[in-house]
Design a binder for this molecule. Structure first.
Ligand code: CP
Ligand code: NVA
Length: 314
């Protein structure tokens, strides 16, 4: 007879989908981070929680970390996954794709070009949908990132996270997640590459509640001053390849090298969601620096997503 899962008393997700970071309540976010710690420490305690459950992974764009960590997380929790690569809704309407999947699987993890695609999938599918990166957000990345920062510093409240580069999907999810957890967040970006105003307004609202400070600036020194973590991401995200030359020029002053890292606190960690383009947004020396946390972040994708799957589907 199958052994009952040893741990099944974790907080269940009150919503259905994780399409944007704010779909998790503050309490759920804090509980998820605690659960991720336990999952990391005692993985075998959760080995059967998803037994009998199947999850579809629909990816419109390439992936190393997100695909493999979801596949491994699902397997290590006792579930099964199926993977499908290509345009979601390319051959038939999205609403039909959603209602096919509904009949076969217990959840959908989708990496898409536009936020509308994941929203429409969720509208038509009755099973939970997880955003595995869209043009606007990368919520699973932000979960692993705050888990990593907490591991390094022991807490989050009162720390400062500085993001240098594009106000993109990763920056937007981090901004929302850091601010609501009481971390100061500064984004240093060239003119024209700020996060979208709606997300900034949301972050300002959250800052008023948490007491954290939010700064969007074009001044790298201002963004980095007092930072506990210095984060960057590629200058050209998937789908923006035609803008690569223009972006390379605009972002050049924002490359994280030893001298920019030196403007943060002397114990500041370096973070990157990966994949990284050494010589563009970051130097090889900073990637390989003793304070680089990039592979801890990659590892924590597995643990944070396990916690997410447990709360959504366990
Ligand atoms: N960081 C991240 O999402 O990596 P992949 O694109 O490899 O999934
Ligand atoms: N901003 C990057 C993140 C990749 C994980 C992109 O969207 O391509």
């Amino acid at each position: 007879m199958a052994r009952l899962p040893a741990r099944s008393s974790f907080l269940k997700f009150s919503g259905t989908d994780l399409l944007r970071d704010l779909d998790l309540t503050n309490d759920e976010l804090v509980a998820l981070l605690d659960l991720a710690v336990d999952v990391k420490r005692s993985p075998t305690e959760y080995a059967q929680v998803l037994a009998g459950k199947s999850i579809a992974l629909l990816f419109e764009k390439p992936s190393l970390r997100t695909r493999l960590t979801f596949e491994l997380a699902i397997k290590q929790l006792g579930g099964d996954s199926v993977f499908c690569e290509g345009p979601v809704g390319g051959r038939e309407p999205l609403k039909d794709v959603a209602r096919n999947l509904d009949r076969w699987v217990n959840g959908i993890v989708a990496r898409v070009f536009t936020q509308e695609t994941v929203e429409e999938l969720a509208e038509w599918a009755s099973v939970p949908v997880i955003n595995a990166l869209s043009d606007l957000y990368h919520p699973c990345q932000a979960l692993a990132d705050v888990q990593t920062i907490r591991e390094r510093f022991g807490n989050l409240q009162g720390l400062k996270l500085a993001f240098l580069g594009d106000g993109n999907n990763v920056a937007q999810s981090l901004m929302i997640t850091a601010i609501r957890l009481g971390m100061d967040f500064a984004l240093g970006c060239p003119q024209g590459y700020s996060p979208n105003p709606e997300t900034v307004a949301q972050a300002e609202g959250l800052a008023a509640i948490s007491g954290a400070a939010l700064a969007i600036t074009h001044d790298t020194a201002e963004a980095l001053r007092g930072a506990h973590a210095v984060y960057t991401d590629v200058w050209t995200s998937m789908g923006q390849e035609r803008e690569a030359a223009k972006r390379k020029k605009a972002f050049r002053p924002y490359q994280v090298d030893d001298s920019l890292l030196g403007l943060a606190r002397s114990d500041a960690i370096f973070m990157h969601c990966l994949p990284a383009r050494r010589g563009e947004e970051v130097t090889d020396a900073v990637m390989e620096h003793g304070r680089s946390a990039v592979f801890d972040q990659a590892e924590n994708r597995l643990h944070a997503q396990k916690a997410l799957l447990l709360m959504m589907l366990g």
